[in-house]
Design a protein. Structure first.
Length: 339
């Protein structure tokens, strides 16, 4: 670890910045700020408008698009400045993340500090960062073209969110490869369960994006059952014509899957903990398992309260933030059971 300390700190700094970027992205979504910047310029958008004339120009551009015309036609320029700030801040952090990754990467490359394996992984991270930027543009574009639906596609929002989680997880994985370079014996059964649990958590994150994109957290604000005391609410089968659409595009169906998957993730983590505790786990494996158990119950509780209180800003953002800690604990545990 000592040999690669600076590279490890660099990668972990990247993890922190991805975390901050996604938290700000959650605030951007919950404050309805995501479509406030109607164009994308790599350099000229680095800072917000610096004069009242520039602000007025940006506001006039915003007025040309469906969100203003259908939803925010009552906005004053001060209202617009508020939503503009969060979208600008989200993009600003993305730019900082790009600089923080690329500049040290070039330094380590020139100083020959990256072995072949780490270099390959870092090049892949560079691609992931660039693709994440593309997904952000791709998502925003979907909310600027349809007058009847002045909102981004929930599929594209989930892709953007999930890929940020994946970028975070892979960056952490590369850092862990350097922190723990020694190989250990692998219990293949435990690794299998850890992989199953990790992928179940990933599907839950995807559906979290669907819930956010469809505003599905604002309905059926009851627990443990849905509205009217129903486990499987009748509205699920009424919203869309096919079961595939009901569970991917219907608000009730998407919420049902997300709240049901929460139980699945908790149960899988408990099973993994139980199986590992009977196999004489290493100290680092124990650390990961206890973190997992602790964080998943916090996350489950936050999910329940976020639903019951109809997604207040602070709870929605906290729920998304703790999902990052849960993925980090799951990735750490999987790594320690895989190498």
């Amino acid at each position: 670890m000592t040999k690669n300390k600076s590279i490890i700190y660099w990668l972990l700094t990247g993890c922190i910045l991805v975390f901050i970027m996604v938290v700000v992205g959650g605030i951007t979504r919950l404050t309805g700020s995501g479509l406030s910047m109607t164009d994308w310029h790599l350099v000229t958008d680095t800072f917000p408008p610096m004069s009242e004339t520039a602000w007025q120009h940006a506001f006039e551009e915003y007025k040309k698009f469906p969100e203003y015309q259908r939803i925010n036609s009552h906005f004053t320029i001060d209202d617009y400045k508020f939503i503009y700030f969060w979208e600008w801040f989200h993009r600003f952090i993305a730019r900082i993340l790009g600089v923080v990754f690329i500049v040290p990467f070039l330094y380590f490359l020139l100083k020959n500090k990256l072995d072949k394996s780490t270099l390959t992984k870092c090049l892949f991270l560079l691609f992931m960062g660039a693709f994440q930027g593309f997904l952000g543009w791709f998502m925003v574009k979907s909310g600027l073209v349809d007058f009847n639906r002045p909102d981004v596609s929930h599929f594209r929002l989930s892709m953007h969110l999930t890929f940020a989680f994946l970028t975070f997880a892979y960056t952490l994985w590369v850092a862990l490869d350097l922190i723990y370079p020694e190989k250990q014996s692998v219990n293949f059964n435990l690794r299998k369960w850890a992989r199953i649990t990790w992928f179940a958590l990933l599907i839950q994150i995807i559906y979290g994006g669907f819930v956010a994109g469809l505003d599905a957290g604002f309905i059926h604000n009851h627990w443990p059952l849905m509205s009217d005391g129903q486990f499987f609410h009748e509205s699920i089968s009424l919203e869309k014509p096919t079961w595939l659409l009901r569970f991917t595009e219907g608000k009730s169906g998407v919420q049902f899957v997300h709240r049901t998957l929460a139980y699945v993730v908790v149960i899988l983590i408990i099973i993994l903990f139980y199986k590992a505790s009977r196999q004489n786990p290493t100290a680092t494996q124990k650390k990961g398992l206890y973190m997992l158990l602790f964080i998943v119950f916090i996350q489950f509780s936050l999910g329940v309260f976020t639903l019951l209180y109809a997604v207040p800003l602070w709870l929605g953002v906290t729920h998304q933030a703790v999902a990052f800690f849960l993925l980090a604990a799951m990735t750490f545990t999987l790594h320690r059971m895989s190498k």
